[in-house]
Design a protein around this ligand. Structure first.
Ligand code: SF4
Ligand code: SF4
Length: 189
């Protein structure tokens, strides 16, 4: 296989991905099935197969484009891409790594700031409750708010103004979530 003989640049993002989450970007042969199945690809500035292609170039400017993209924050970890990929490339784990790296290198896309706040609260929720139920709710929130609003940056403001009618229904009986939403909307300014 060509990928095994490929000498990967040690300072590339592809190398960091390989080392941290064991995803081998060179295995991707650009069939496009990940992007075709991704429920948020149309909202993304670079769909998953394109992220893979840019990573393969091991070019610093491309690496920066990825870390500054909105795509890494729009990914809802649904694993549709992974289930479709003929090479079993674990894009969701890779996206998770890219989000962490983007924060660490202070490259978060300004338009994604509110999603970052959600990601943080969402990780806290898992830490706090250890239950998948809430995780599902927040993923669902993210997906639905994307479809409904098109503009992701509006979502937290609309929640704090009570404009998203599905939210009260969602948080009924889940006080932790309600607290998290409150905290998130406060942090936002
Ligand atoms: S895990 Fe992320 S990239 Fe993969 S299909 Fe789902 S949203 Fe798209
Ligand atoms: S489905 Fe897999 S092989 Fe095909 S483009 Fe996506 S990552 Fe590459």
């Amino acid at each position: 296989m060509s990928h095994s003989s490929h000498q990967i640049e040690r300072n590339s993002l592809a190398f960091a991905i390989e080392k941290n989450v064991d995803v081998h970007t060179q295995k991707c042969y650009q069939c496009g099935k990940c992007s075709a199945g991704c429920p948020v690809a149309t909202e993304m500035d670079m769909p998953p197969s394109y992220v893979m292609r840019l990573l393969q170039t091991e070019n610093q400017a491309h690496d920066e484009n990825i870390l500054q993209s909105q795509s890494i924050w729009l990914c809802i970890s649904c694993e549709m891409c992974l289930s479709r990929c003929p090479m079993e490339i674990d894009i969701p784990s890779m996206m998770d790594f890219l989000r962490q790296r983007s924060i660490k290198q202070k490259m978060v896309n300004p338009k994604a700031k509110n999603i970052v706040a959600f990601h943080k609260s969402f990780l806290n929720t898992i830490k706090y409750t250890g239950r998948l139920y809430e995780l599902g709710l927040i993923i669902d929130y993210k997906r639905r708010s994307l479809n409904m609003l098109q503009d992701i940056t509006l979502a937290p403001k609309m929640i704090s103004r009570g404009k998203l009618h599905f939210i009260p229904e969602m948080i009924k009986g889940t006080p932790q979530i309600s607290g998290i939403f409150k905290k998130t909307s406060k942090k936002e300014v």
